[in-house]
Design a binder for this molecule. Structure first.
Ligand code: N2P
Length: 381
């Protein structure tokens, strides 16, 4: 894991400035108090993506800490952002995507962590944290939740039947962005995630532009490409796992882990079709999601207790084993199943890793063009 963190927003990757010893994760451990510090009100409000937590994590935390967790989900970064900007979200932990969240950090929407209350920061991969520090200087606000990549997934049998051949293009993005393929897949259904900041980076990259270009002309050019394949997109989905497993489509732009979950679900249901997340030759779009505590959170100590709990090695391993998303938790690695560790669409090898499109965010100046282009695409004009 590493290269993909290079920020695509004009900032060069810089080595992390040697942080004062007491603020490094490893050095935080000795200062940890005997028991966790909790708030008087035994409540914790979490806002996260759907299908992004292990089955027992919340219940186990509630039982051990005597805290009631209210766990809500949002569909995309835009929805989370709107909630945070409106203020008084009521959430104590939210899970933004790093590239997108840069503007939230700059706007002071998150509070610095009290690292002495998170001794398990020591479990994190220092290399991962160094990359994260390119956006969150000194790792002051963010703790890794999960990472993966946005990519093209297929139902292998349905796609083969629709294409009339077994040969898939090397650049899997062709399946959904090149009308020669998408026309043929139209009958079995193309599904797209529903968010400008999921679709536009892939579209820009496909037409040979910077995935996070701040040039309105580039965004409009991507819109022109998208207009040509619009008739072939059946559904903009915010319930991708269910939609894939329910057979609503044969080719999808989705998240790597979710496509793998859908694959498992189809297998469990005894389905014969094989759901496959593909590794496009030109790269999928890397994402890393992090826990952050909103500046106006009410249960800050409880939030720290949960973050520390999440960082236990066994919980990090369960995220990969159960949810198909790696976490950046180095201590978890020995506890991760071999089959998961060797799955090239979960833990990428160096070659695939280096092909991923680095995380990034769009400059504020183009946000209206970005939304205009995306909404025009969705509406089909
Ligand atoms: C949802 C996990 C993907 C989050 N299941 C993408 N940032």
């Amino acid at each position: 894991m590493a290269a993909a963190f290079l920020v695509a927003c004009g900032k060069k990757e810089e080595p992390v400035v040697a942080a004062p010893a007491e603020s490094t994760p490893a050095a935080a451990a000795p200062a940890a108090p005997a028991g966790p510090i909790l708030d008087d009100e035994k409540v914790l409000n979490i806002y996260n993506w759907p299908d992004y937590i292990t089955e027992n994590m919340v219940a186990d935390f509630e039982k051990e800490f005597g805290i009631k967790v209210n766990y809500d989900t949002f569909e995309n970064n835009e929805a989370l952002h709107a909630k945070l900007v409106a203020g008084n979200s009521g959430y104590d932990i939210v899970v933004p995507t790093v590239g997108f969240s840069k503007k939230q950090l700059e706007a002071g929407l998150y509070q610095p962590l009290k690292k002495e209350q998170i001794p398990n920061l020591a479990n994190l991969d220092p290399e991962f944290m160094t990359k994260l520090a390119a956006i969150d200087e000194g790792n002051r606000h963010y703790v890794p939740w999960g990472w993966g990549f946005t990519t093209v997934g297929i139902n292998r049998q349905k796609v083969a039947a629709a294409l009339g051949t077994d040969a898939l293009p090397e650049n899997s993005w062709e399946l959904v962005f090149n009308p020669e393929y998408s026309r043929k897949l139209r009958s079995c259904g193309i599904l797209f995630l529903d968010s400008p900041t999921e679709i536009m980076p892939a579209a820009l990259h496909y037409i040979g532009k910077d995935a996070y270009s701040g040039n309105p002309d580039d965004l409009r050019a991507a819109g022109e490409m998208l207009a040509k394949i619009r008739p072939d997109v059946r559904l903009f989905s915010s319930t991708m796992i269910d939609d894939i497993a329910g057979g609503k489509g044969c080719a999808f732009i989705g998240w790597s882990g979710d496509i793998n979950i859908a694959k498992d679900r189809v297998n469990e249901m005894g389905g014969k079709d094989e759901i496959v997340p593909l590794l496009p030759s030109t790269g999928g779009v890397f994402f890393a999601d992090v826990m952050a505590i909103p500046a106006d959170a009410k249960h800050v100590n409880n939030a720290h207790a949960f973050i520390d709990f999440f960082l236990r090695a066994e919980n990090g391993a369960a995220m990969a084993n159960e949810v198909n998303y790696p976490t950046g938790n180095k201590a978890a690695m020995p506890l991760i199943d071999e089959a998961i560790k060797s799955n090239q669409t979960i833990f990428l090898d160096d070659a695939n890793m280096s092909r991923l499109i680095p995380s990034g965010g769009y400059p504020n100046e183009v946000s209206s063009v970005l939304n205009e282009v995306y909404n025009a695409f969705k509406r089909g004009r």
